[in-house]
Design a protein around this ligand. Structure first.
Ligand code: SRM
Ligand code: SF4
Length: 589
């Protein structure tokens, strides 16, 4: 660890430059200087090492096998086919393990070595995608509902989210100087940062836009959430965006054994009209900048600022900064927080196809939901080529594109009817059709990256997913409910990158092969689960689940979710945390 605190590093970094140029130029090591390892995060990259061979290298007296993870800033996860092809080429040329869709609708490249970092960054920017502020104590990639039932209102929500992502970017030119060779000019190193100031935020900050009835972005896990309220147009019945309910203070991260840290659901504090979101977001971000805990990093997220000062105080502070009062929140209802797979049609008759990508990993040779090695990277390349040709042939028509979902899946959007059959044939040829073949348990399962790249992983997650899902699947089959739609999530540590505390069944890594078993969340992202068994290995996990699944199969009400059943039957007791602040629930069909 660096001798400097993160706060000092930020402040003394000349607006995120530090000595990154010198670190990158140093041929002696594959690593960066310590302070630069913190600063590079703001540029969208993390220094990592291959943990599978860490011990072996230590014994051989070699430095760890350092490499870099790079994360894109792709608000709402939208990329064109042309961009897809470039990202694919980058993954193939510079990275290991292909493209990885994240739980915030970004791409990650793993395994980029230091000497190729700049070329990789340049190639990403040449695809008109950047990585600025994808990590670090700033606003991160803005997550947006990837609902394939695209409508005019949906497009407006996406445009607002993308504009907000731009608005909250840091002003520093460091990114462009270091990676894109922009010349330094007068004032560089002391650019004005009216939103962030010279120490940026106390901690990472996340924004999500949900469009009910789908809560695919898990809006209550976001520091700041916008729940779109769409009224029906009385003339033609299409949706009209009235505004958004605002939620604040969501977050997943916790530390084992430290009660000062905990996952928290966002609280609804009011309603804003579409023209007010920039002001309200700026107010929330700057209030967190000024009042967030800069002494104890583990307590620096907005959720703790709110719990320390009180929700009413926070709401008043936001209203004061925004210059207007928040309106009373409007009724809303979520049906689920998963993705809807397969084909769907938008209001304009275009087709959208949501594909299941296990753990978001797109690489040839990866195992799919059925345990078969698949060629997803090659298949999606073929599809991107076809879509790119169609877009080029009809530049004035609505353009086909890809959308990453916050559940690590992929939507191919805006497909003209003529192309449907070809896309279908390719998804079959390249085994991209597991959404059709895999059962709901498998289709909804989420896992964070964990080993071998994540420096914080205590246990496996992504690599363990197919195995554990298979075993839970066997339990379901034994009790006569094969593939029941239970949301299962695994994280390699309590930081919660797969939002495990919102899983009906969750495994949270404690040590190699050992997990905390968490149970009882709903499947709408509105209720946290709770600890059921601590620090147990696979046989005990399956033993614990077996009687619960048996009882669920026998006693569940029609359509009752597993988490709801466990709460109703008092197997788990969930502290009554009302995220709605009394906002009435809309009854959904
Ligand atoms: Fe995360 C840290 C991966 C979404 C909470 N997360 C990390 C790091 C960078 C490890 C590190 O700091 O060294 C992981 C890199 C692993 C690797 O090898 O790639 C990592 N997080 C991920 C991704 C890739 C998980 C995935 O499998 O998709 C997600 C990337 C999102 C993106 O595109 O920006 C990812 N991380 C999340 C989420 C979910 C979300 O944002 O909806 C959370 C929970 C929500 C929240 O923030 O509270 C999350 N990640 C964390 C935390 C805990 C923060 C806290 O408040 O305590 C850490 C650790 C930290 O920040 O110190 C962390
Ligand atoms: Fe790494 Fe933990 Fe996040 Fe998984 S939850 S990616 S193990 S930090």
């Amino acid at each position: 660890m660096s001798a400097h605190s993160v706060e000092d590093i930020k402040q003394q970094s000349a607006r995120l430059r530090g000595s990154l140029l010198q670190s990158l130029a140093d041929p002696v090591t594959g690593s960066l200087r310590e302070d630069d390892q913190t600063l590079i995060k703001y540029h969208g990259s993390y220094q990592q090492d291959d943990r599978d061979i860490r011990d072996e290298r230590r014994l051989a007296k070699l430095e760890p096998a350092y490499s870099f993870m790079i994360r894109t800033r792709t608000p709402g996860g939208v990329v064109t086919p042309a961009q897809w092809l470039k990202l694919d080429a980058i993954a193939t040329t510079f990275a290991e393990r292909g493209l990885r869709i994240t739980t915030r609708q970004a791409f990650q490249f793993h395994g980029v070595i230091k000497t190729e970092l700049k070329a990789t960054m340049q190639a990403i920017n040449a695809a008109l995608i950047d990585t600025l502020a994808a990590c670090g104590d700033v606003n991160r990639n803005v997550a947006v509902a990837a609902n394939p039932h695209l409508s005019a209102a949906h497009a407006t929500v996406h445009a607002q989210a993308a504009a907000l992502s731009e608005h909250l970017l840091p002003n520093t030119r460091a990114y462009y100087e270091i990676w894109l060779d922009e010349e330094r000019v007068a004032g560089s190193g002391s650019e004005d940062e009216p939103i962030y100031g010279e120490r940026y935020l106390p901690r990472k900050f996340k924004i999500g836009f949900a469009i009910p009835p789908t809560n695919d972005v898990d809006v209550f896990a976001q520091d700041l959430g916008f729940i779109a309220i769409i009224d029906e147009n009385s003339v033609d019945g299409t949706g009209v965006l009235a505004g958004y309910n605002v939620t604040v203070g969501g977050g997943m991260g916790a530390t084992h054994g430290d009660p000062e840290t905990y996952p928290r659901l966002g609280s609804v504090i009011g309603f804003v009209t579409p023209d007010q979101i920039t002001a309200v977001a700026t107010a929330v971000v700057t209030a967190q900048r000024d009042f967030g805990n800069r002494e104890v990093r583990k307590r620096a997220r907005l959720k703790y600022t709110i719990d320390d000062h009180g929700l009413d105080w926070f709401r008043s502070e936001v209203e004061r900064r925004a210059g207007f009062p928040l309106l009373p929140a409007r009724p809303f209802g979520f049906a689920h927080n998963g993705d809807r797979f397969g084909w769907s049609t938008g209001e304009d008759g275009r087709f959208h196809l949501t594909l299941r990508i296990p753990a978001g990993r797109i690489v040839d040779g990866a195992l799919d939901d059925l345990g078969e090695a698949v060629r997803h990277l090659s298949g999606l390349r073929r599809i991107a080529q076809i879509l790119e040709a169609a877009n080029t042939a009809a530049p004035d028509a609505q353009q086909a594109h890809f959308r990453l979902t916050a559940n690590q899946n992929l939507v191919i959007a805006n497909i003209v009817p003529d192309l449907r059959e070809r896309i279908d044939a390719l998804t079959t040829e390249y085994e991209l059709d597991s959404w059709r073949r895999a059962n709901p348990l498998r289709r909804n399962a989420l896992a964070c990256v964990a080993l071998p790249t994540c420096g914080l992983a205590m246990a496996e997650a992504e690599r363990y997913l197919p195995d554990i899902v298979g075993k839970v699947e066997a339990l379901l089959a034994r009790h006569g409910i094969p593939g029941a739609p239970i949301h299962l999530r695994i994280s390699g540590c309590p930081n919660g990158c797969s939002r495990p505390y919102l899983g009906e069944i969750a495994l949270v890594g404690k040590a190699p092969g050992r997990y905390n078993l968490m149970l009882g969340a709903d499947h709408r992202g509105q209720r946290l689960n709770t600890l059921y068994r601590e620090n147990i290995a696979e046989p005990e996990i399956l033993d614990a689940l077996d009687p619960l699944i048996r009882d669920y199969a026998r006693e569940k009400h029609f359509d009752e979710g597993f988490g709801d059943f466990l709460v109703r039957s008092a197997v788990v007791s969930i502290p009554d945390k009302d995220t709605r602040n009394g906002i009435p629930v809309k009854v959904l069909a």
